[in-house]
Ligand binder design. Structure first.
Ligand SMILES: Nc1nc2c(ncn2[C@@H]2O[C@H](COP(=O)(O)OP(=O)(O)OP(=O)(O)O)[C@@H](O)[C@H]2O)c(=O)[nH]1
Ligand SMILES: [Mg+2]
Length: 192
């Protein structure tokens, strides 16, 4: 696993003009609200509180750029699909997500986070389709496996593999299960 020397919050952007103006490799974290994107970033860089997480969905409202080791970025995208967020607000966040993923930036891949307890929700499938259209590489990460009974883990994994056409990394930001596997993928993407 890569050694994290530095990790810093760079900026929260709401328009493409505000995006950092260089060509560093970036890795984007996408997924429904409350699925654990911000927690996942903290878990990967061993720093609780770097990306703000909350039990209330809709915490991340901008595109947040985190500079890691002065060499690459993790990009925390706003969540989608939370019914209690006003339609207008939701549309705005969706536009941010689209504008980032469709930009000509050096995006090395997308980490699509889903909840391991709920395989194949409609808006997860829509997101997967959208990512496919961008031609970006994507890894599916199924979070919160600590909430699943042992026998459910394999069952849900098999279900998701079938639905999404790729095997998810079963993950828990609390137990750190899946962390080294996800880092391997990110490091692979970093190389080319
Ligand atoms: N049990 C469990 N809870 C988790 C896990 N990962 C995150 N959570 C909790 O899930 C809630 C949401 O986490 P966030 O990281 O804020 O989720 P997010 O996807 O960034 O949410 P938005 O910013 O609203 O899109 C928090 O209460 C976290 O503590 C996990 O692996 N297991
Ligand atoms: Mg968040």
């Amino acid at each position: 696993m890569i050694t994290i020397k530095t990790s810093n919050f760079e900026m929260g952007a709401v328009s493409t003009k505000q995006f950092p103006n260089d060509n560093l490799p970036e890795f984007a974290f996408a997924g429904r609200s409350n699925v654990g994107k911000s927690s996942l970033i903290n878990c990967l860089v061993n720093r609780n509180g770097l990306a703000r997480s909350s039990s209330t969905p809709g915490k991340t409202r901008e595109i947040n750029f985190f500079l890691i080791n002065e060499a690459f970025r993790f990009v925390d995208l706003p969540g989608f699909g939370y019914a209690k967020v006003a339609k207008q607000e939701q549309a705005k966040w969706q536009a941010y997500i689209d504008s980032y993923l469709c930009s000509k930036r050096n995006i090395r891949g997308v980490i699509h986070l889903v909840d391991s307890r709920h395989p194949g929700l409609d808006n997860d499938l829509m997101m997967a389709e959208f990512i496919k259209h961008t031609n970006l590489r994507c890894i599916l990460v199924a979070n919160k496996v600590d909430k699943l009974k042992k026998n459910q883990i394999q069952k849900n994994k098999a279900q998701m593999t079938k639905i999404f056409g790729q095997e998810p990394i079963m993950f828990s930001t609390s137990s750190k299960l899946g962390k080294s596997q996800l880092w391997s993928t990110i490091e692979e993407w970093m190389k080319n």
